[in-house]
Design a protein around this ligand. Sequence first.
Ligand SMILES: NC(=O)c1ccc[n+]([C@@H]2O[C@H](COP(=O)([O-])OP(=O)(O)OC[C@H]3O[C@@H](n4cnc5c(N)ncnc54)[C@H](O)[C@@H]3O)[C@@H](O)[C@H]2O)c1
Length: 382
Amino acid sequence: MGLPLAIAFADRGANVGIYDVSESAVESVNAGRLPFDEPGAAPLFERAVASGRLLASTDPAIVGTAEHVVVVIGTPVDEHLNPNQTAIPKALSGCSRYLRDGQVMVLRSTVFPGVTALVEKMIAGLGVSIEVAFCPERIAEGKAMTELFELPQIVSARSPKGLERASALFSLLTDTIVELSPEEAELAKLFTNVWRYIKFAAANQFYMMANDRGLDFERIRQGLARDYPRAADMPGAGLAAGPCLFKDTMQLAAFNNNNFALGHTAMTINEGLPLYLVHRLEQRFDLSAMTVGILGMAFKGGSDDIRSSLSYKLKRVLEFKADAVLCADPYVRVDDNLLPQEEVIARSDLLIIATPHPDYRDLALTKPVADIWNVLGGGVRV
Ligand SMILES: NC(=O)c1ccc[n+]([C@@H]2O[C@H](COP(=O)([O-])OP(=O)(O)OC[C@H]3O[C@@H](n4cnc5c(N)ncnc54)[C@H](O)[C@@H]3O)[C@@H](O)[C@H]2O)c1
């Protein structure tokens, strides 16, 4: 999320210095190579690097050169689903000696509620006069280079001066600024992601109910939503995964002392879908004698991002049940175990479309296929 934002600011004429602890990421940016796919980013990125407006460094001293310091580090939950409330203060301590009077610090990561206040306290303890703002990133991967310029920007800060300066920064990108208090904005960001996660869980639960009765959820969904705006937002079924929705649901649950039945239930439904699919397939096929092919390892269609992808959970479950599991993905470049798509299709007895890549729409498959996303248009029954 940091790099698309940096590209957008540079495109609007700002000089942007990126500080990152990852040497490979810094090297890639300075060499003019995007470290991941993001539609529309390449031309703006190349222009920004060539013009000298975008520069990356592993040297924290670069932080001292900035008027605005924007913090976009990752905020994952740990293996026990606990958020790390001190991740951002700890990251800041790595460059705190370069923070100086007059800077604005914008927290952009999705944070555990209260982290903005914690950072304000940390800054006060350093004895520097810096305005702290929390301005959450709300773009979706794959849409960054349009949404950064189109979505309203939530801006929050304790002081009018902080609000004014953070608003001025984001006015470089977008016309609509929405002001909230830091505590409101922290919850606004979490509620947005968790709302989406719960909607996907509702659809997945409906899917399983219909599927268990031999009915096609996608036919039902399209039927009920047709010319009926109140149901237009019902999502289709699918593997709801990725680096944000799940972990932000767990962050909100922890924030509410784990008193979040709806969020935890959404998690068990969404994370249980790969198990359900394998269970259903087991009832129809002798998986132990079959080679199963998984098409799509990224967490979303058209993306090369495998972080927290449920395709890998599906693979793990199948490796225990099937004779062999083969995987392919036309976008993913970071997994040496992937095979060419044609080979996976040719060698498999059964195929599962695990990611709705647009490239799959025209596949003419003669093998049995489980297509929960309805990519092939033949229904979602499994
Ligand atoms: N991925 C999304 O779709 C999305 C959308 C909206 C908001 N967000 C939020 O944005 C934040 C960043 O997400 P991301 O997917 O870009 O994470 P990421 O892990 O891909 O990127 C974080 C970057 O920060 C660097 N970093 C980590 N610790 C550092 C430190 N101490 N000092 C300097 N650099 C450091 C990492 O090397 C990495 O390059 C998270 O809070 C996430 O929840 C993500």
